[in-house]
Design a protein around this ligand. Structure first.
Ligand SMILES: [Zn+2]
Length: 216
């Protein structure tokens, strides 16, 4: 299972594409407009492990994960190097969009999200489908000792956030066959992704979103 580009240049997950009642996507810098004019709920992202429940489109409070069981709206996160993760519970018809950089990953925002989905929607991880979108990969994500130690490493080193996120999902009870990850690196990926590390404040953001809306 892997991610693929659709006709709009939006990355799609094969796992998530199988649900006819669902629309989702991970944009590149060239396809960020795919989410425009859609009913999108989004948070004020702060690199936390805080989870918000969305029941209407528009801006929400501070947090880095949005969950919903409401039909007709999308939940989305914006990223440039951090990882976007979309979660779907097809049994209880609930979805989540998660923003996870190194802070969110070490705080295990995926655990917080699945915990919130369990509490609100009775989600069980063994039914959840997870798609990890494009972020900065091990090839380009060098960190200093103060970050390395949070990953059990010593000294300046390269960290594989995608691998850690994948392991967290499996540890939380998501089936390996229900996890899909983008191989793309936002930093060295052919100029098709925004990279905060490469472009600094000038970097745009890519929107990743999922909603229980019939695909257009
Ligand atoms: Zn790279």
């Amino acid at each position: 299972m892997s991610l693929f580009f659709d006709a709009r240049g939006v990355l799609q997950s094969e796992l998530l594409s199988q649900f006819s009642w669902l629309d989702h996507g991970f944009s590149t810098k060239h396809s960020a407009s795919w989410i425009e004019n859609r009913p999108l709920a989004f948070a004020r992202q702060i690199h936390s492990a805080d989870v918000l429940t969305a029941s209407a489109p528009g801006p929400h409070s501070h947090g880095d994960s949005l969950i919903t069981s409401k039909r007709g709206i999308y939940v989305g996160v914006k990223t440039a190097d951090c990882f976007p993760i979309l979660l779907v519970d097809p049994e209880h018809r609930a979805v989540a969009a998660v923003h996870s950089g190194w802070r969110g990953t070490t705080a295990n925002i995926l655990s917080a999200t699945l915990g919130a989905m369990s509490g609100r929607f009775s989600t069980t991880p063994n039914n959840v489908r997870a798609a990890v979108g494009p972020g900065i990969q091990e090839c380009c994500f060098e960190v200093g000792p103060e970050v390395a130690v949070r990953f059990g490493r010593v000294g300046r080193c390269r960290v594989a956030l995608a691998t850690t996120l994948h392991q967290q999902l499996i540890t939380l009870g998501v089936k390996p066959t229900h996890v899909e990850s983008a191989a793309d690196c936002t930093f060295c990926g052919n100029g098709q992704f925004w990279s905060y590390r490469r472009e600094g404040e000038a970097a745009g953001r890519m929107w990743s979103a999922v909603g229980m809306i019939d695909p257009p």
